[in-house]
Write a protein that binds this ligand. Sequence first.
Ligand code: SF4
Length: 347
Amino acid sequence: MMGLQVIEVHAKSVLNRAPTGYGFRWTLNPYRGCQHACVYCFARYTHTFFDLDPGEAFSRVIFVKINAVQALRRELRRSTWRHEHVAIGTATDPYQPLEGRYRLMPGIIRTLADFYTPFSIVTKNTMILRDIPVLQEAARRVSLTVTLSLTTLDPALARELEPDTPPPAQRLRVAQTLQAHGIPTGIALAPILPGLTDGEAQLRELIEAITTHGLPIAFFQVLRLYDATRPTLFAYLSQHHPRLLAAYRRGYVAKDPPATYVRQLYEQVERLLREAGASRLTPPETPPLQQPLPLLTENTAPPEAARPSRAQERASPAVDSCSTAGSPFSQGDTSPTADLPPPSTAL
Ligand code: SF4
């Protein structure tokens, strides 16, 4: 395995406009690349902007926007800022291990709160517990949510899929702890991986574990498979689940699996959520337009950045990786995987 290479950059801006339809208007990712190395991560393609390998280099060459706090403050200070929802961690995990060294998130959270800007955070990492006091302070001033993403309760499968992340049970406890400290927190079932985590029993068990922990569901989403992620995911399937490989090749002709499968999967999840009496995490609300009252006034804007460029940032998708069923992909000797027929179980 290659060693970790950290590249510090000064970003000209850190807010990126999200396409419509995601429920938030802006995204913010203080890091590019992610040490968590999930095999399905859609954001791998962002490393190709720098002629870097979206495979191993995605998790071993990490760009750190070391002026993220200052750049954010500069952007929020503008008179045109509308205090719209900023989604953090849509392309990389803001609490990946390097955050322990750079500590960008406390300043980002304080800055958003200073400017009365609602925000959401998606992560898989326990490090967010470090920032409970900062989040509590922010929650007194702005609407915010935290989401822990989960794919499975099975620690062995999670270790395969998400090699450098805390085990599922630990993520549930982290979410519970945040919730207990008054920080609105939920769980995302994302991504749901056909044939691997989409079984009726698996989903039921996962949803019941979430509700048993007293946690709401933030969102759920089937795997979207970007071209740059295919080699990593297919290498993983070849090694660990070879019987699924052909089905994935057929099922993922495009980024999304067949619409029939997706519809049935989502109906199944909705049914299981109803049966479990699961609640939903309320997204952050944008406040009525008001004058920002920043507590801090320093402007320590660093040299303006070259990398990543604004155009490249815009090219980043808005939906989190992290963010992101007996089924047509069902694995195992007894499960046909030839094509993508309707799931044997509803949804
Ligand atoms: S899915 Fe999320 S946690 Fe996993 S590598 Fe991608 S950004 Fe990191």
